[in-house]
Design a protein around this ligand. Structure first.
Ligand code: SF4
Length: 224
């Protein structure tokens, strides 16, 4: 691998991938912090595409935090059934809405500590909210981010919290939110879980795994 420090490598990766994926952003459709939170709850073990098909009907029926808090679970569940884990997700949506009204005066809190008090909200969703709804800089460690961080040589851990900590020490502070989106784009387009297209990858010279592979590792489908 080249002689750059990890921080310089991470900065160069942001620059190159930003040029490659200029529109990289959250792939959940949302027009308000509440809509993002609901979409993120629904996205657990479900694709963002499916969530985006479900949410218009859900928000037609329950357009805001108040209506979600007052909804019957039996009215939410059939609408979100196709995204799986629908009973838990309905409870998380209604429970979060109720707590936001009762504990936070109807406003979604803007700190991680408070967000984590809401039912169904873990660190990944909290970071997503802070970054994409509230304009803070946070790294969302999802499956793509975790996998690519390891391949790039920024972490040796599989634990999301440790991966986040390792990335925080190298990713430019003002690019933390974008980093997550770039990893999703690159993880879907080029560096797929079962097909890493290292020989077509624009950051191969900056990647620990990529610089270690050679042509003999390439399979017929160009994946390694
Ligand atoms: S060089 Fe290979 S492993 Fe590294 S980011 Fe690119 S596709 Fe992924």
């Amino acid at each position: 691998m080249n002689n750059l420090t990890d921080a310089k490598r991470a900065k160069a990766i942001v620059e190159r991938l930003s040029a490659e994926y200029p529109d990289a952003s959250c792939t959940l459709d949302f027009e308000s912090p509440w809509a993002l939170m609901v979409g993120a709850i629904l996205a657990a073990q479900c694709t963002d595409e499916r969530v985006n098909k479900i949410t218009p009907e859900l928000f037609d029926r329950f357009p805001d935090i108040q209506s979600a808090a007052e909804a019957e679970l039996s009215d939410i569940e059939p609408i979100i059934r196709s995204c799986g884990l629908f009973r838990n997700k309905a409870r998380a949506i209604k429970g979060s809405a109720s707590m936001i009204i009762e504990r936070f005066d109807g406003r979604i809190p803007e700190t991680r500590e408070a967000l984590l008090e809401l039912p169904g909200i873990g660190r990944k969703i909290a970071n997503l909210m802070l970054g994409d709804a509230f304009g803070q800089q946070e790294i969302v460690v999802d499956t793509h981010c975790k996998r690519l961080a390891k391949l790039m040589g920024f972490t040796t851990s599989d634990d999301p919290l440790a991966v986040e900590r390792d990335l925080l020490s190298v990713v430019p502070e003002n690019e933390r939110t974008r980093w997550g989106h770039l990893m999703v784009s690159h993880g879907r387009e080029v560096c797929r879980a079962r097909c890493r297209r290292c020989f077509s990858c624009g950051i191969r010279d900056l990647c620990q795994y990529g610089t270690a592979v050679d042509a003999s590792d390439k399979k017929e489908d160009d994946c390694v």
